[in-house]
Write a protein that binds this ligand. Structure first.
Ligand SMILES: Cc1ncc(COP(=O)(O)O)c(C=O)c1O
Length: 355
């Protein structure tokens, strides 16, 4: 702490992301990166960046990228906002629409929401998820506070259907509903088709998971044009060039390669389902997942013990010291050979402890 800090900085409770160890031998299943490398077209786009392109500032409005997203999602480019990862898009969104206002989220969800609420003085209520980690929609409907939901939810992987989101958005047209679709593409229904008829809905997306571009930092939001204009006002009061030229070119190539998305998502879902079945066979409870991860607990072994035993075998997964989920592990879907190794080690851990 420095004497030059303003009071607000001392009171911030920053988000702590999952560990990014550099060890080559570690099987890293803790931050939900994609199991596969990005599409070849993305790597070609990156290699084709010229010196002239880097000499100049990038397009501040990212027109090509926004047009590619708009074409894919059947919206207009004015309905698309892009940012440096969906975290930045969400941060701008809290500042633009939720600062100093009442908002609701779930008690078991993305840990960054309370951080932004704190940073932007929003009054955030955390509505408990039900015992099976599904969302208590009625509890969210009986309020006039804005709603911020991850769908599919993280870390649980559970997803609401589009009709459920529609009923939430319809239940109170005077409050904003934010649907964070960071994990879109792995089986959940998207709420983007609801945007056309709802001026109180904003959907955010990430290219980190679906398009294997976590290292590139690209996210976007889709909403009616006046909400998007609000985000642009925040962006242009903060950093007019949040997406560099390389990220814009890579993300445009990624969005345009729809075939890659389809095949890569299918392969992640297949590995996820095989991993879930393998864990169930040795006594794990596995929640149905619509993300590139699974959320699981063992019927008799404590989560911390399994986490430590995996770590000792060079496998890193994610666990939180939060009362409701302390026994649960979130395991990212890796390659098939990583999933096989995980299952071998899990079997050893379980049989050593349960006999
Ligand atoms: C629910 C959720 N939203 C948003 C993000 C941020 O993603 P990005 O990499 O686009 O900043 C994450 C990242 O893990 C996430 O889990």
């Amino acid at each position: 702490m420095s004497r030059f800090w303003i009071d607000k900085i001392s009171s911030l409770k920053p988000y702590v992301p999952g560990e990014q160890p550099t060890s080559e031998t570690l099987i890293k299943l803790n931050t939900n990166e994609h199991a596969l490398p990005p599409a070849d077209a993305v790597l070609t786009a990156v290699c084709n960046i010229s010196g002239e392109c880097l000499r100049r500032y990038p397009d501040p409005a990212a027109v090509r990228l926004r047009s590619a997203i708009a074409a894919t999602e059947s919206v207009s480019p004015e309905q698309v906002f892009v940012g440096n990862g969906s975290d930045e898009v969400l941060a701008h969104l809290w500042f633009a629409f939720l600062k100093g206002r009442r908002a609701q989220t779930l008690d078991t969800t993305y840990g960054f929401y309370p951080v932004w609420a704190g940073a932007y003085d929003a009054d955030l209520t955390e509505v408990p998820v039900l015992d099976d980690f599904s969302v208590d929609l009625d509890a969210l409907k009986n309020s006039d506070a804005a709603v911020v939901l991850a769908n599919p939810n993280a870390p649980t992987g559970r997803a609401l259907k589009r009709d459920d989101i529609a009923s939430l958005v319809d239940s109170n047209s005077d409050r904003l509903v934010v649907v964070d679709e960071a994990y879109f593409g792995f089986g959940a229904e998207s709420s983007v088709p609801l945007v056309a008829d709802h001026d109180n809905l904003i959907v955010t997306r990430s290219l980190s998971k679906s398009h294997a571009l976590a290292g590139m930092r690209v996210g976007y939001a889709i909403a009616q044009a006046d909400l998007i204009e609000g985000l642009n006002r925040v962006k242009d009061s903060f950093n007019s060039y949040p997406l560099d030229a390389v990220a814009q070119a890579a993300a445009t190539a990624a969005i345009e390669d729809r075939q890659w998305l389809k095949q890569a998502s299918q392969s992640v879902c297949n590995i996820r389902d095989a991993m879930g079945a393998g864990l169930e066979a040795i006594g794990f409870e596995v929640l149905p997942s619509h993300g590139n991860f699974i959320f699981t607990q063992h019927k008799s072994l404590p989560g911390k013990q399994i986490f430590d035993a995996l770590r000792a075998q060079d496998i890193l997964v994610r666990r939180w010291d939060k009362q409701r989920i302390q026994n649960w592990l979130r395991i990212s879907v890796g390659t098939m050979s990583q999933a096989e190794r995980l299952l071998v080690v899990m079997r050893e851990i379980v049989s050593a402890e349960t006999g």
